[in-house]
Design a protein around this ligand. Structure first.
Ligand SMILES: C[S@@+](CC[C@H](N)C(=O)[O-])C[C@H]1O[C@@H](n2cnc3c(N)ncnc32)[C@H](O)[C@@H]1O
Length: 221
């Protein structure tokens, strides 16, 4: 590659990273982890779609979609959010959660714009607007290669696992943004693991985000 092409590529990459950073609640470390998982599903030839539950302004979605929508494995990227702000909490969500109810409302069209500007192929993206309790049953996603759960609350995370865990392909990945931060999120995941007899190894990204790979060994029954 010529010096000019190299320089333009670096400039473009920096611009994209800046755009994504501005529209994301996740930091650079968590973004790097999601990017790595989006690349690993190609490298490890895990067929299936990419699903995100909890989109907000689209930072993490853009990180995954700019890779996944151009995958030779022809993936669709599904993005689920009410875009109406955080829903009501339950006792499991712990102190401080109540303050977030109604916060983080956003415009789904702006997410679309971010995805376009950061290089995603929008023909492979489906933004599903509405509360999970209403929207999850309207879709059919038979196989998931990467599931990103970033919806904070006990009830929301529980719905994500109940609806999508079984569709995650063997060798596929599940990333949970709030496992180390929000007690309701951790409780929903831990309860699901116990109920389903799972012992997948949890990999720590930082103090809040964790991910696991769905392996046969992690399914004890
Ligand atoms: C922490 S934000 C997501 C941050 C985003 N992934 C990023 O990169 O910045 C959590 C999102 O989850 C959504 N959410 C939480 N529970 C939901 C539910 N039950 N139904 C629909 N959306 C929900 C909220 O609307 C909010 O936009």
């Amino acid at each position: 590659m010529s010096w000019l092409a190299d320089t333009l590529k670096t400039w473009h990459e920096k611009r994209v990273a800046r755009l994504i950073r501005r529209k994301s609640m996740i930091d650079a470390v968590r973004a790097a982890s999601l990017l790595e998982l989006a690349q690993r599903i190609d490298a490890e030839q895990i067929a299936g779609d990419v699903v995100e539950c909890g989109v907000y302004r689209g930072g993490s979605a853009a990180t995954m979609a700019r890779v996944a929508t151009h995958s030779p494995m022809r993936r669709t990227v599904w993005l689920f959010d009410s875009f109406q702000g955080m829903p009501p909490v339950t006792e499991a969500d712990g102190p401080g959660a109540e303050d977030w109810v109604g916060a983080l409302a956003y415009d789904a069209r702006k997410v679309e714009k971010l995805l376009r500007r950061t290089g995603a192929d929008l023909s492979r993206v489906r933004i599903v607007e509405g509360f999970f309790a209403d929207t999850f049953r309207t879709v059919e996603i038979p196989r998931i290669a990467l599931l990103n759960v970033d919806s904070d609350w006990y009830e929301s995370v529980k719905l994500c696992f109940e609806r999508f865990y079984d569709a995650v392909a063997p060798g596929g990945f599940v990333s949970i943004d709030d496992y180390g931060t929000w007690p309701g999120c951790r409780k929903a995941v831990d309860e699901f693991f116990v109920k389903r007899g799972l012992n997948h190894k949890m990999n720590r990204v930082d103090e809040t985000a964790f991910w696991f790979q769905k392996t046969e060994g992690g399914e004890t029954r």
